[in-house]
Ligand binder design. Structure first.
Ligand code: SF4
Length: 373
C-alpha cells in the first residue's frame, strides 16, 4: 500500500479552546458504530449524560444553539476532558485529517476548513512536497479503473509541477490545468482512451498568457455568482458574505474600477503573499480531489472546482478589502479560504451539485472561463 501526504501534514496540531472557529459548532457530528457502542457502556454520571445527549437514532451528538452539547463554555470538549483523547469518536479524532482511498493507495490531506490547517496549507515559503510511504498491506477493489487512475495521476503530477512554477501567473496555470482536464474529458467521453497520453504531452507544450480582461472576468463572475443560490448554506454569516459579494456585479464600469484599484493598490503591493495563496489554493484542490475522477469520470469538473474555488475566494477577498476601507491582511485572506471550505468542501450535497454543474452547464465551458483569466 502506498501512503502519500503533503510535507506539512504532520505539523498539524489542534489549538482547541484557542481556535477562532471551532469545528464543534455548526456541523452535525456523526458518531461511528464502535464509538456508539463504547459510549453506551460508559459508567457513572458522565455515562448517563452521554446516553442522554446522543441522538441514537441519527447517530450523532446532540446540539444546543448549533454547538455540540459536549463543548463547554471555554470551547473545550468535555468527552476529551472527562474520558481522554482515546474516547473521541472517529470524526473528532480524525478531523481535519482527510483521506482519499484508491486501490493500493491512500492519499492523506488536511481539510482547508480548519483555521490551523488552512494556515499550514496556504502559508510558508517552502515548496509543497508529497511524502510517500510503502506498507506491506495489499488490497483489491471490486471495481477500480486502474488505467484511468494512472492517467489521472500522470496529469496531476504535471499540474502540480506547473502550479509550483514561479514563472507562470496564476491565470496561466488555471488555463493550463483546465485545458488538460478538458482534453482528457473529451477522450474519456468519446472512449478514445488511447489518445490521452498524446493529449497530455501536447498540453505540456502549449503556451498560455494572462488575458487580464476585466470585462471577461466581470461576465464570468456575474454569471457564476448565482450558483451559490443552488448550494446548501450551512451558516447564516456565509449567506451575508455572498449577498455582499453579489453587489460587486451591479454594473460593469463600477466593477472595472474596483478591480483595477484592487490590482494596483492591493495585489501589486502584496504580490508575494497573494500569489503564494493562489498557488497553494489551486494545489490543495488539485491534490485532494482531482484523482477522485476515477470514480465518476468527471475530470473537467474536478479541475473546475480548483479554478472556481480559487477565483471566488479571491473575489470575496476583494469585496472584504473594499468593505474594510481598502485593507486586507494575510490572515483575513486565509480566513476567507477556510470559511469557503466549510461551506463547500464539507457539504457532500454541495460537492455533488458543483460536479454536476461544472460538467454540464455552458457557463463553465473552457472558453467561457478562459475569458476571465
Ligand atoms: S477547527 Fe481545527 S483547530 Fe479548530 S478546534 Fe477544530 S480541529 Fe482544532
Amino acid at each position: 500500500m502506498q501512503k502519500i501526504r503533503p510535507n506539512y501534514y504532520d505539523r498539524f496540531s489542534c489549538i482547541a479552546g484557542e481556535c477562532p472557529d471551532t469545528c464543534c459548532v455548526g456541523w452535525q457530528i456523526v458518531i461511528d458504530e464502535q464509538s456508539l457502542e463504547t459510549y453506551a457502556h460508559v459508567p457513572g454520571e458522565f455515562g448517563k449524560r452521554l446516553k442522554k445527549s446522543i441522538d441514537w437514532m441519527e447517530e450523532c451528538f446532540g446540539q444546543v444553539d448549533g454547538r455540540c452539547c459536549f463543548l463547554n463554555e471555554r470551547n473545550l470538549c468535555e468527552i476529551y476532558g472527562e474520558l481522554g483523547p482515546k474516547m473521541l469518536c472517529q470524526t473528532c479524532r480524525n478531523y481535519p485529517r482527510h483521506v482519499e482511498e484508491f486501490e493500493g493507495r491512500r492519499e492523506f490531506s488536511l481539510s482547508l476548513s480548519c483555521p490551523v490547517a488552512a494556515k499550514l496549507i496556504l502559508t510558508g515559503e517552502e515548496k509543497v512536497e508529497f511524502l510517500m510511504e510503502e506498507t506491506p498491506e495489499e488490497e483489491e477493489f471490486e471495481e477500480f479503473d486502474f488505467l484511468l487512475f494512472t492517467k489521472l495521476e500522470d496529469a496531476r503530477e504535471w499540474m502540480i509541477e506547473i502550479l509550483q512554477e514561479e514563472t507562470w501567473s496564476a491565470e496561466e496555470k488555471m488555463q493550463a490545468i483546465l485545458f488538460l482536464a478538458k482534453e482528457m474529458q473529451t477522450c474519456v467521453d468519446a472512449g478514445t482512451f488511447f489518445e490521452i497520453d498524446d493529449r497530455i504531452e501536447s498540453c505540456k507544450k502549449q503556451k498560455w498568457e494572462t488575458k487580464n480582461n476585466i470585462s471577461g472576468r466581470f461576465r464570468f463572475m456575474k454569471s457564476s455568482v448565482s450558483l451559490f443560490e443552488e448550494l446548501e448554506i450551512l451558516r447564516s454569516e456565509w449567506k451575508i458574505t455572498i449577498e455582499k459579494t453579489k453587489r460587486l456585479y451591479h454594473g460593469e464600469e463600477d466593477y472595472k474600477k474596483i478591480r483595477m484599484a484592487f490590482e494596483e493598490e492591493y495585489i501589486e503591493k502584496n504580490k508575494e503573499s497573494f500569489e503564494r495563496i493562489q498557488e497553494k489554493l489551486l494545489l490543495f484542490w488539485i491534490y485532494t480531489y482531482f484523482c477522485g475522477a476515477v470514480y465518476d469520470d468527471e475530470i473537467y469538473a474536478k479541475a473546475m472546482l480548483a479554478v472556481f474555488s480559487t477565483l471566488w475566494i479571491e473575489e470575496i477577498n476583494m469585496m472584504l478589502w473594499l468593505e474594510n476601507e481598502r485593507e486586507l491582511t494575510e490572515d483575513e485572506m486565509i480566513r476567507t479560504a477556510w470559511r469557503y471550505a466549510r461551506e463547500i468542501e464539507h457539504s457532500d450535497p454541495n460537492l455533488i451539485v458543483l460536479d454536476e454543474i461544472f460538467s454540464r452547464d455552458e457557463r463553465f465551458e473552457f472558453e467561457k472561463v478562459q475569458e476571465a483569466l
